[in-house]
Design a protein around this ligand. Structure first.
Ligand code: SF4
Length: 493
């Protein structure tokens, strides 16, 4: 996957973990990713390992966008890791630890390739990866964490007892000696002060002769800074090496898709739906469902359809696939579009539109089972022109139009003008799906959804079908999960 020269220099420079233990190829749960994977990796693995990791990183990004405190971010991140990127401690003998850690390793390196290509992507990747590393570090077993720290050279010098006694007062003044510190052994480590700028800024270390004396309970600062610095350097090196990959027609499209993943999270894999339960929905139900359960993109399409009795091609495609995955069978879909296009003559409808609807359901053309579009696809592909109605209102409406539309769509579900500044500031920062998630929370507050809970477990909206299905689930008061497969099929969980 990487050139021999890169591999050699990485191995030489690192105190990497791969060759240090005999029974496990990956002896530690924590990883500084010093050495790239040097084995054959299938394209499928290449993609799935990266997508699983990206799901976790995208949720971390959303947590930053929502200003979640660290404890909340940690809980959500660990829950996401449990789902998509489990990494058990070395004492979990029943698990295939090497396989889990290998997936973690591969995913990290694929995302390096995807996110090294601009300064902005690098910055966001380092921030999200560092948060992931920190949550894992904080939740790691104490002994295993110690073993990991001993496996690398962090360049710190342990302060000897006589030196510690000499500066006892100064050390205590900078970082009061607490019970917790004593339990830690009361050790201090010296590093160049430039390596712990956060502790220096907060005056939490004693400085002497260019060194910061870091108490063991603040040791993480050194590790964290080192992780960030190493990753930053590695990304810059990868960016220089990347042009060599540009001709690879298998990998480059995957990398391009992955780097879009931060814009609206990764397409939701989990959703809830009535389709699989009650045999789907009927044409007559759509309008009422739209009012109660649809996200802004689909409500906008439904309202445009009702007003104009027509939708243009991309609007039909976006809405038609959404309704299909929601559970509208083909006969009902034809009935729905026929009724909605009430200005169109029967002949014209049959010739021009019926074929398109059957195409959406894989019954015409190349007979593919097209999936519904995810938020990322709606936000980034087929940009709408001024007379189009597809797309995402949070991204594609002007601020004034968006505010008016949101109040008109959702004021009956509890959204008020007082909610708009928070939503608009998220939109302004480019976190469109986070704004949509906040609207979901506000409009489902009467169903018990609290701020920060998102569509469940703190997850953000990443797919319009996920939004609608979760909304319907809340109304029914059930928690039946179903999976929306990549091909758009809905499967009961
Ligand atoms: S964020 Fe996604 S679900 Fe929400 S309106 Fe935009 S495209 Fe639709």
């Amino acid at each position: 996957m990487f050139s021999a020269r890169e591999r050699y220099s990485d191995v030489k420079e690192s105190k990497g973990q791969v060759e240090q233990h005999s029974h496990l190829k990956y002896p530690h749960r924590l990883n500084f990713y010093d050495i790239p994977p040097v084995e054959d990796i299938t394209i499928e693995e290449f993609e799935t390992c990266a997508i699983d990791r990206l799901r976790v990183l995208a949720e971390i990004e959303s947590s930053f966008a929502r200003n979640r405190p660290y404890d909340e971010l940690k809980t959500i991140t660990l829950a996401q890791c449990q789902k998509h990127l489990p990494l058990h401690s070395s004492s979990a003998h029943t698990m295939d630890l090497d396989s889990e850690r290998r997936r973690d390793h591969i995913g990290h390196f694929v995302l390096r390739l995807a996110f090294c290509r601009s300064e902005e992507l690098r910055r966001r990747f380092v921030k999200a990866e560092s948060a992931l590393f920190r949550t894992r570090y904080d939740s790691d077993d104490h002994t295993e964490r110690g073993e990991f720290l001993n496996s690398r050279d962090f360049g710190w010098i342990k302060v000897q007892d006589d030196e510690r006694d000499l500066y006892r007062e100064e050390l205590a003044a900078a970082a009061p000696i607490t019970k917790e510190a004593n339990a830690d052994g009361g050790n201090y480590y010296k590093v160049k002060w430039t390596r712990v700028p956060d502790l220096v800024e907060k005056r939490r270390v004693f400085l002497k002769g260019g060194y910061a004396y870091v108490p063991s309970r603040e040791q993480f600062s050194i590790v964290f800074q080192e992780f960030q610095m190493t990753l930053n350097k590695a990304l810059e090196m990868t960016a220089k090496a990347l042009p060599r990959l540009d001709e690879d027609t298998r990998i480059v499209p995957i990398l391009n898709n992955l780097s879009q993943g931060f814009l609206a999270g990764v397409s939701s894999e989990w959703s809830t739906a009535s389709a699989a339960e009650g045999g789907g929905i009927t044409a007559d139900m759509v309008e009422d469902l739209a009012r109660r359960h649809f996200p802004a993109c689909m409500r906008n399409l439904q309202e445009t359809l009702r007003r104009d009795r027509h939708l243009k091609h991309f609007g039909r495609w976006q809405y038609g696939l959404f309704l299909k995955v929601l559970g509208l069978p083909i006969e009902e879909a034809i009935a729905f579009w026929r009724k909605s296009f009430s200005n169109i003559q029967e002949d014209k409808f049959n010739k021009e539109y019926k074929y398109n609807i059957r195409h959406l359901y894989g019954l015409e053309g190349k007979r593919a089972n097209y999936p519904a579009k995810s938020c990322t696809q709606i936000l980034t592909a087929d940009q709408p022109g001024s007379s189009d109605s597809h797309g995402c209102p949070y991204r594609h409406f002007s601020p004034d139009n968006l505010q008016t539309a949101l109040l008109s769509m959702y004021s009956s579900q509890g959204l008020t003008a007082a909610d708009l500044p928070e939503i608009m500031s998220t939109v302004k920062a480019g976190h469109y799906h986070v704004a949509c998630t906040r609207v979901f929370e506000i409009t489902h507050a009467t169903r018990g959804v609290k701020k920060g809970e998102g569509v469940g477990d703190g997850e953000s909206v990443t797919h319009p079908n996920q939004y609608a299905a979760r909304s319907r689930e809340l109304e029914r008061g059930k928690a039946t999960a179903v999976k929306v497969e990549a091909d758009g099929d809905v499967v009961m969980g």
